[in-house]
Design a protein around this ligand. Structure first.
Ligand SMILES: *Cc1c(COP(=O)(O)O)cnc(C)c1O
Length: 497
């Protein structure tokens, strides 16, 4: 590998690797996350990028972020062509004065599709580039959405296999049906007698046991992760910020160079960080507004510089944002600390030892140059869904409603300078039919499939095809394991995928 390509390093150490090696490894050996060195000096012709269609934008952006990949155009084509509801992949809709960027028009109606459609292509190409002949088997613990999006991305992709664990009784009936009916020659789906944390722990233990005891050494397979800490999941998300900007430009809503603010429903901080990457690449991004639900650890952090996870974990109607440790924030800390890996390492050590750390006033100021933050209660989430439906006939899901609520508050604050605002919409309302129906005054009797039909009947909005066909599809996966036998399950199935 040419030295010019050794441009990724860990947020906790200075040893460098190539982009494709970073994608294959997922996480650095020191526990840090891979990030491009001197990303703020990256030269990128953002104006030329705006002129391209979405798939070509993806090719140009991913080539800049992962420059050792040789045939990116082929990879983006394979990942995206014909797989989303619309050619632009992520349509922009005007709702009142603001804009909604719909990220959920992919094959599983989840925003995770944008990145998980691309990741398998990046992993298989990296495998070739790094001369790896082993099969790459992805292990994923899911609380619902990630598992299905990963299955859809990896099924029948040569050189890969995937095993997904979900908590038995801990995902919605629709999410369960999405996973249990998954076809493909290289997939296994297994329910776990336990909760999501048990699934996650089992997967982590399997990785740890494999590397400590070299269980798979010389057997032609190796494990990898589709988690959002992988740079190969983050990079594809930069694209839709450019798509939103081009859309507003072509509709005459902005002039070239005008800044746009983005409000982002946030959990692991990947989505919003991709917006920061877009800004570093030259796109005129104004403020990035971090929207949290009642688990508002990020709101507090962005307002005070103190990250304190010592608080109760709340279950909300926007479950994909129920999170107390936001992994990708570590990359933002690295950037705010000017690339000081010792400092980042120190903060992360404090977080794991004490559950809390505080960044310097200077670092906070640097973050706050771009970021604003707010959160939304459960009650307000429902109210916003009802209000937006009534006033604009636009049906949004619970996660998007959190962002819309925070958006309205942000626009009243002194930080808002009058730019156009784009709210990122991360889920189809049909994935959370009970909460959405309740919010618009509908009848929530019946199971989730009936609720989807009822929601569609009431609003005239069609159920996405991948969800409406689910009930009729045959169940292909019935495996169930104890929470303490996840590693054994993996070892017994790994040569079957
Ligand atoms: C994953 C997810 C989020 C959070 O995105 P992060 O990149 O983790 O901040 C928000 N909404 C939905 C529906 C999601 O699935």
């Amino acid at each position: 590998m040419s030295k010019d390509y050794m441009i990724y390093q860990s947020t906790r150490g200075c040893k460098t690797v190539s982009p494709s090696a970073a994608v294959l490894k997922g996480i650095a050996e020191d526990g840090g996350l891979y990030i491009m060195k001197d990303m703020d000096k990256l030269s990128f012709d953002w104006q030329a990028c705006l002129k391209l269609n979405t798939i070509d934008k993806a090719t140009m952006i991913l080539s800049a972020l992962l420059p050792d990949y040789e045939n990116m155009a082929e990879l983006t084509e394979r990942a995206y062509r014909g797989r989303f509801e619309t050619d632009d992949l992520t349509p922009v809709v005007k709702v009142g004065e603001d804009f909604v960027l719909e990220l959920f028009r992919g094959p599983t109606s989840a925003f995770k599709d944008v990145a998980l459609s691309m990741l398998p292509q990046l992993i298989t190409a990296a495998r070739k580039q790094e001369n790896v002949t082993d099969k790459i088997v992805i292990l994923t613990a899911t609380s619902g959405d990630t598992g299905k999006a990963a299955l859809e991305g990896f099924h029948d992709v040569d050189g890969t296999g995937i095993i997904v664990f979900y908590p038995d009784g801990g995902v919605s009936p629709v999410q369960r049906a999405q996973m249990a009916t998954q076809s493909g020659n290289n997939v296994k789906v297994c329910a776990v007698k336990g909760n999501f944390d048990d699934c996650q722990r089992g997967v982590k233990e399997t990785f740890a046991k494999d590397s400590a005891e070299q269980l798979l050494e010389g057997k032609g397979v190796r494990l990898s992760s589709a988690n959002s800490i992988n740079i190969g999941r983050l990079a594809p998300q930069v694209v839709y910020y450019f798509v939103a900007y081009s859309e507003l430009l072509s509709r005459g809503e902005i002039a070239l160079g005008d800044k746009i603010d983005f409000v982002v429903p946030t959990g692991n901080f990947g989505d919003i960080l991709a917006g920061y990457f877009a800004k570093l690449m030259g796109l005129p991004v104004g403020r990035l507004v971090c929207a949290s639900n009642a688990n508002n650890v990020l709101t507090d952090f962005l307002n005070t510089g103190v990250y304190d996870r010592r608080r109760p974990f709340l279950r909300t109607t926007s479950p994909s944002m129920d999170i107390l440790v936001s992994s990708n924030l570590e990359r933002m800390l690295y950037l705010a600390a000017g690339g000081d890996t010792e400092k980042v390492k120190g903060y992360m050590e404090e977080l794991s030892a004490n559950g809390v750390y505080q960044i310097s006033a200077e670092e906070l100021a640097r973050i706050r140059e771009t970021y604003s933050a707010g959160f939304c209660s459960e009650e307000e989430t429902g109210k916003t869904i009802g209000k937006v439906w009534k006033e604009h006939s636009y049906l949004c899901d619970t996660h998007t409603a959190v962002a819309m609520t925070v958006c309205a508050e942000y626009k009243k604050s002194s930080e808002y300078t009058g730019s156009k605002v784009v709210v990122l919409s991360t889920a189809s309302p049909f994935k959370f039919p009970a909460a959405v129906l309740q919010a618009i005054g509908g009848n929530t009797e019946g199971d989730e499939f009936e609720q989807m039909e009822e929601l569609s009947r009431m609003t005239g909005v069609p159920v996405p095809a991948n969800l409406s066909g689910l009930k009729a599809r045959p169940v292909l996966h019935k495996d169930l394991t104890d929470r303490d036998t996840i590693t054994e399950y993996v070892m017994s199935q790994i040569f079957e995928v």
